[in-house]
Ligand binder design. Structure first.
Ligand code: UTP
Length: 226
């Protein structure tokens, strides 16, 4: 079975914690050891936003800020690749070309960003499409999609499902600036929509959640297409 997991930038934080990253890699290795294949896409998180803000203040335009963000996501992906050493062979990819062969041959492929104007969520959807993944798990610092931002309103409710049309509405209303792509960016939603990729939003906080979601457990928020 093939799966793609987007690991939100919160996994790495401002000061990446080796034991948290190792714990994630060890848990995900169990899935790969059962003869499965995994593409992991690392988000940029706080460090991407810090670098992007500094570049913007220095006068950089948005594409340059995006390129800087991509470098940070790739640095995070590299931390993951290193964390897999000694567990299983993981390789890194910087393009979608040959991704299906790479993941078939190596079991685990780590990726960061690809090109300006999008977020790593778009990368994850494209990786899921091209590898014909059975599931895309989007792991973030919240345990699913809420009616409102649960950090701002504690009464916000967790949605068990969300229609792809609603995701597009949210993506189109969000801002498309470097470091500020919210929930999903428009490209990510359009890719989900055209290939109807089974997608679930879950929490990053416990790697076991991610394994359960990969195996089809009903948790977090599922994207629905009908
Ligand atoms: P992220 O995808 O991490 O954005 O990429 P994010 O919204 O901060 O997501 P999380 O919360 O960390 O998971 C960081 C920045 O890198 C650039 C964008 O500027 C993005 O905001 N980027 C990333 C690209 O321009 N292209 C890509 O393919 C990926």
């Amino acid at each position: 079975m093939k799966a793609v997991v987007k690991l939100g930038g919160a996994l790495f934080g401002r000061d990446p914690d080796p034991s948290t990253i190792k714990h994630m890699a060890s848990a995900l290795t169990r899935f790969v050891d059962e003869n499965n294949q995994l593409v992991l896409v690392a988000g940029g998180g706080e460090n991407a936003r810090t670098y992007i803000n500094a570049a913007r203040k220095l006068g950089a335009e948005e594409s340059t800020c995006d390129l800087l963000g991509i470098q940070i996501t790739r640095a995070n992906a590299e931390l993951l690749r290193v964390a897999f050493e000694g567990e299983t062979a993981a390789v890194s990819a910087r393009s979608l070309t040959r991704l299906p062969e790479l993941v078939r041959a190596n079991g685990v492929v780590v990726m960061g960003g690809l090109q300006p104007g999008q977020s790593t969520n778009a990368v994850a959807t494209l990786a899921a499409e091209i590898t014909r993944a059975k599931i895309l798990v989007n792991a973030t610092d919240v345990d699913g999609v809420y009616t409102e931002d649960p950090k701002k309103n504690p009464r916000a409710k967790l949605l068990r499902t969300i229609h792809v049309g609603k995701l597009l509405e949210l993506a189109m209303a969000g801002r498309v600036f470097a470091g500020r792509y919210e929930l999903l960016d428009p490209l990510a939603v359009k890719i989900l929509e055209r290939s109807r990729i089974p997608t679930r939003f879950v929490s990053l906080s416990n790697p076991e959640n991610i394994l359960d979601a990969i195996k089809g457990k009903d948790m977090g928020t599922l994207v629905v297409y009908d």
